[in-house]
Design a protein around this ligand. Structure first.
Ligand SMILES: [Zn+2]
Length: 139
């Protein structure tokens, strides 16, 4: 799962650095991890799949059972039993939406979403560079 690993790394970096970003799907003003994984109205079907898989998987394996309402996102991301479900969620949510018809109610096409992702990435890199410069400047 090389691709998945890279995707998660990117995603984690982004969520850590940008907890205040506007959600780029529903324009909710704070795109927290909670929002994306649990509340974003544009990602309802993916969230449903994610939490159903997580519940089913964690029930079968040793360790705490993870349900949507009792699991925060830090716990979800840290739990290796859930990583496949998380990767699938990120892939279907972000850049990897290559298979299957779009869920009902989704009218944006994959291309526009991908270019939006690109724009975010560029913004991210610029932001990281500035931050690095600031850090260096202070020492
Ligand atoms: Zn949203």
């Amino acid at each position: 799962m090389k691709t998945g690993h890279r995707l998660t790394g990117k995603y984690l970096a982004w969520t850590t650095r940008r907890p205040d970003a506007t959600c780029w799907w529903c324009q909710y003003k704070i795109q927290t991890r909670e929002h994306l994984f649990k509340n974003c109205p544009q990602r309802k079907s993916q969230q449903k799949t994610l939490w159903a898989t997580v519940l089913e998987t964690t029930r079968k394996l040793p360790g705490p059972t993870r349900s949507r309402d009792r699991t925060n996102i830090a716990e979800l991301l840290a739990d290796q039993r859930c990583s496949q479900a998380v990767l699938t969620f990120l892939a279907t949510t972000d850049v990897g939406r290559t298979s299957g018809p779009p869920a009902a109610g989704e009218d944006e096409d994959a291309a526009s979403e991908a270019s939006e992702w690109e724009a975010r990435e560029q913004e991210e890199r610029a932001w990281a560079r500035r931050k690095e410069e600031e850090t260096l400047g202070m020492e």
